[in-house]
Design a protein around this ligand. Structure first.
Ligand SMILES: Cc1ncc(COP(=O)(O)O)c(C=O)c1O
Length: 412
């Protein structure tokens, strides 16, 4: 008789995991307050500035500009740094597509550097080889809420006079050496999209400690107006990326709940990692000492295919999922996406006259990322970590069961 659920055996778990989003009376009151105020837009400036101020303080930053979503936050941040035609931005291929398209939408070129095999973040040792005279910035993506090695990244950036953009979309509250992400580089971008650790369904925010960058971001997000300027005074080319009062109200109501949620995720992630690391062929994301807070947007772990009968990763993910565990196989290396491999010769911005070399993503190779994506990495969503110790036990039980009985998958 089969043991694995995917082969007809008994499921490890039938109950759902912790739900997301989490909300309560606070959000209900906040949304009603906006409704009854009659001031709903992003220019009404009742709740939006309060949220910006409190979130900036939460991330230990001086300035914040709230925007429509995390993708826009990255696009605006890059534009505010003056990055444009022919410029290059170095980033990891293991991230959400918006990290890269935000560069392209500013007419600049994303240059992919490999990730670290244990942290799954941009490997600082791979950055220097990717630098050219056109490089303007490094984008540190704090993947799954794990802060990048910001000491090493800042050192490379300083040596070469580069900006550091932090993609903090998955890293609310994360900290490198006691310093919150977004406050370490020149500018940081957050997302409040539905899955994120803070959410208003959609939403984004830019943080910086640099007054000039703040003013540029503010202007771009508000159709070129300037802070303290007139309504019909447009100094720069911008668009309307303003966050609404609804979004700000929901996020402001959520903020006091975040520290307790972070603590719960940290506790459950530590427990889960300790147990999962004992399953043959399973190892969890390694946390460097200076990571004083991990946001755990994703709990990422890797499998050694040898311990699973050299089965394709997709079969292992399918088998764990069938046990009732919401596991995902995650990203593919971004440069393999059609938008990069299918670039038409001569198309802008990849082949404009400012670009000094041929850009051909079909020749890019980041072997660590490829091996991890193809054969090893899988993840669980942050909301799972808001559950109980017994929820964590059921995850371990399911993964261990799939490892133990992987032979059933081979014969299937
Ligand atoms: C790493 C990363 N960057 C950028 C984004 C873009 O954020 P949004 O979905 O709010 O546009 C996301 C979110 O999906 C993300 O995970």
């Amino acid at each position: 008789m089969a043991h694995l659920a995917v082969c007809g055996g008994e499921k490890t778990r039938r109950e759902p995991f912790h739900g997301w989003p989490v909300f309560g009376e606070e959000e209900r009151r906040a949304v009603l307050d906006v409704l009854e105020s009659g001031q709903w837009g992003g220019v009404e400036q009742r709740v939006v500035p309060r949220f910006e101020e409190q979130f900036a303080a939460f991330q230990q930053c001086e300035y914040a500009v709230s925007v429509t979503n995390g993708t826009a936050a990255l696009e605006i941040a890059i534009r505010a740094l003056g990055i444009s035609f022919g410029d290059e931005v170095i980033l990891p291929p293991y991230t959400f597509i918006a990290s890269a398209t935000a560069v392209v939408l500013n007419n600049a070129i994303p240059v992919f550097a490999d990730i670290h095999p244990d942290t799954f973040c941009l490997d600082p040792e791979k950055i220097e080889a990717a630098i050219t005279p056109q490089t303007k910035a490094i984008m540190a993506v704090h993947i799954g809420g794990m802060p990048c090695d910001m000491d090493a990244i800042l050192q490379v950036a300083e040596r070469h006079g580069l900006f550091v953009i932090e993609d903090c979309a998955q890293a609310h509250g994360a900290e490198w050496a006691g310093q919150r992400v977004g406050s370490i580089g020149h500018v940081g971008a957050f997302s409040f999209q539905s899955s994120k650790n803070m959410t208003a369904g959609e939403g984004g925010l830019i943080v910086t400690n640099d007054r000039d960058i703040f003013e540029k971001c503010w202007s771009i997000h508000n159709v070129g107006r300037i802070p303290g300027g007139q309504w019909y005074q447009h100094r720069n080319i911008g668009s309307n990326y303003r966050m609404t009062e609804w979004q700000a109200a929901v996020l402001l109501a959520q903020l006091p709940r975040v520290p307790a949620q972070m603590k719960r995720r940290e506790e459950n992630a530590a427990y889960l990692a300790e147990k999962l690391n004992q399953v043959p062929g399973v190892s969890c994301q390694v946390r460097p000492k200076p990571v004083t807070s991990h946001a755990w947007h994703l709990f990422i772990f890797k499998v050694d295919p040898k311990a699973f009968g050299d089965l394709p990763k997709s079969r292992i993910v399918e088998a764990i999922s069938a046990e009732g565990i919401p596991v995902s196989g995650g990203y593919v290396p971004l440069y393999r996406e059609k938008l990069f491999t299918g670039i038409q010769p001569g198309s802008c911005p990849f082949a404009c006259r400012h670009v000094k070399r041929e850009v051909d993503y079909t020749t890019v190779s980041c072997p660590v990322c490829e091996e991890l994506c193809d054969n090893r990495l899988m993840w669980l969503h942050q909301s799972v970590l808001l559950g109980t110790k017994s929820d964590m036990d059921s995850i371990v039980e399911a993964v261990a069961k799939v490892q133990k009985y992987h032979g059933e998958l081979v014969d299937r």
